[in-house]
Design a protein around this ligand. Structure first.
Ligand code: ADP
Length: 555
């Protein structure tokens, strides 16, 4: 038992406790599933938002290139001075925005004034374009020979990383031949596309796009570029965090709190691509499902480990108990062999030396020798038969026989000895044949085992009965005694090999623990059964049930 306890402790310390700790850690991770899933989704969507922001920035630069190409085409047919003088008309009425030209000395030489917007632009920007004042600008210079897109827009930024610089127009346009200047004029975004081709004699040709035009342009570009997402609404937010355009019509949200966002950059300063989850609770639900699955799996794993451990411990316990029983068996059998041999030898020697004159005594000694030999034979038969039936090697010589005379013969032989030993014996049987397909010797052996047990465990009240009757399609043979009975809880175990009740060990009754095992096996091999029940008023009843021939299939 100490070994079983040690195995249990090792299992607890080496397997179950670490599993419990792992399970606990896994459960904690499961609790963070929502955060993990949100982070994963945010990473995914952040990439989408970043890509779209980058494409929108490229679209603005593309628009600038378009404008620069237009100017070049015009310059191929007109002298720079002439083009500068009539730039607005040369661009044509369909070009949205206000056209202007700044000479190499920094003077604003021509502006187009067709609409109210043109005059407003001129009013607000004349001083700046003429280089008389500086302004807060977001410049994106570029070289037509080496057009490059902007660096990837910065990741989510509630605080803008796009900062303005204060400079004059001339300074802002020096150092490159083309570019985009963004500025906020009267809190509205203004995009100035400019180009200074080498053949333009230093003239800077520009086109100022007012906020309305920029918004229309962004909307168009967005429709062409924005990826469709089943789970998110994409919006372009302006500098006041109001949507310029959105991918899902009718969708509303707290625009200031997107799931992820990405700045577009200097071309559209403080504008952002923002992404909103269409079904935010879906994430919570998925997280809950993952958590539940994890909890279930962990619980299952722990239960399996615990069950496995219990199984191993139980098995170890069973094996140890069996080993103990086998050890008891060896000592019991050697004792059982020694005791009859000692008396046989002693009485045989006495008789051999002719030291017993009394003929009655001689007969009694001879009778003892015969009885002890019988006991030896019974024990040896039981051990050998047990080994055979255990390996399924026992061969039965079954034949259609009447069990009535078989029972009677065994009873007669045994009851003589029982009466001599002071037992009250009783034989009650139907006066009918008990036809059965059986091995007479094997059934006899069952009965001998039951009767000798009744004798061994008789205790104070020496009464033994054998009752046989037909019942249904079976024959019932009962061996009854008024002995010590089987201790409670041992009723089934007495049929296990090598098992001996503590009472029988304590009361010093010798035995191998195989008699009942063998008897039950024989009964089962004949299609019957052997059962124990407590007898009212004390003692035991062992019932052997065998099928009657012709009423049941016999083996
Ligand atoms: P054993 O050689 O120990 O008698 P058995 O297999 O015949 O082996 O019996 C197993 C155990 O069942 C015995 O050790 C005894 O405790 C119990 N037993 C068997 N028959 C009786 C009985 N008639 N009365 C009380 N206990 C019995």
């Amino acid at each position: 038992m100490r070994r079983v306890r040690r195995i249990a402790v090792i299992f607890l310390v080496a397997v179950f406790l670490p599993s419990l700790v792992l399970g606990f850690l896994a459960l904690r991770t499961a609790g963070e599933q929502r955060v993990i899933l949100e982070r994963q989704a945010a990473e995914l969507y952040q990439k989408d938002a970043g890509q779209l922001a980058s494409r929108l920035a490229d679209a603005v630069l593309g628009r600038q290139r378009e404008f620069a190409d237009r100017v070049r085409v015009l310059l191929s047919t007109m002298k720079p001075l002439r083009l500068a003088g009539d730039f607005g008309a040369a661009l044509g009425p369909h070009e949205p925005g206000t056209a202007f030209v700044v000479a190499s000395n920094g003077a604003l030489v021509a502006t187009q004034v067709r609409t109210r917007e043109d005059s407003r632009f001129l009013r607000e920007n004349e001083a700046f374009l003429s280089n008389r004042t500086s302004a807060e600008l977001f410049p994106t210079p570029q070289n037509p020979a080496n057009y490059r897109s902007l660096p990837k827009p910065l990741a989510d930024a509630r605080i803008s990383r796009v900062g303005p610089q204060t400079s004059h127009f001339q300074t802002a346009t020096s150092g490159a031949s083309d570019g985009v200047l963004a500025r906020f004029s009267q809190n509205e975004l203004l995009l100035i596309l400019w180009t200074r081709p080498p053949e333009a004699d230093g003239y800077v040709f520009g086109l100022a796009l007012p906020a309305k035009t920029v918004r229309a342009f962004v909307r168009k570009a967005f429709n062409a570029l924005a990826p469709r997402s089943r789970n998110a609404c994409i919006a372009i937010l302006d500098e006041n965090e109001n949507p310029v355009t959105i991918s899902e019509l009718g969708f509303t949200a707290d625009w200031k709190r997107p799931f992820v966002a990405s700045e577009i950059g200097e071309t559209l300063p403080h504008w952002r691509v923002a992404l909103y989850l269409l079904h935010p609770d879906q994430l919570v639900r998925s997280a809950r499902l993952v958590t539940l699955t994890l909890v279930l799996l962990i619980a299952l794993a722990l239960a399996a480990i615990l069950a496995g451990g219990c199984f191993v411990a139980l098995d170890a316990r069973r094996q140890l108990a069996l080993a103990q029983k086998k050890t008891d068996f060896v000592s019991n059998v050697s004792h059982e062999l020694k005791t009859p041999l000692t008396s046989i030898r002693m009485f045989a020697e006495l008789l051999e030396q002719d030291r017993v004159a009394d003929p009655e005594k001689r007969t009694r000694y001879l009778r003892i020798i015969a009885l002890e030999s019988e006991r030896l034979t019974r024990l040896i038969n039981n051990v050998l038969d047990f080994a055979r039936t255990d390996k399924k090697h026992k061969l039965y010589r079954k034949a259609a026989i009447d069990l009535h005379p078989v029972l009677e013969r065994v009873w007669e032989a045994h009851s003589i000895h029982l009466r001599e030993a002071g037992f009250t014996c009783e034989w009650i049987a139907d006066d009918t044949p008990y036809p059965a397909m059986a091995d007479a010797d094997a059934i006899g052996q069952v009965l001998v085992n039951l009767l000798s047990n009744a004798e061994k465990y008789a205790g104070e009240r020496c009464e033994i009965s054998l009752r046989a009757r037909r019942e249904g399609g079976s024959i019932h043979v009962e061996v009854l005694d008024r002995g010590i009975g089987v201790p409670e809880g041992d009723e089934r175990r007495i049929f296990e090999a090598f098992h001996r009740s503590n009472d029988s060990l304590a009361s010093n009754v010798q035995g191998s623990g195989l008699g009942l095992t063998l008897a039950q096996r024989i009964a089962r091999d004949h299609g019957g059964s052997l059962e124990y029940r407590k007898r009212d008023g004390g003692g035991s009843i062992f019932t052997l049930r065998l099928p009657l021939a012709g009423t049941e299939d016999n083996i």
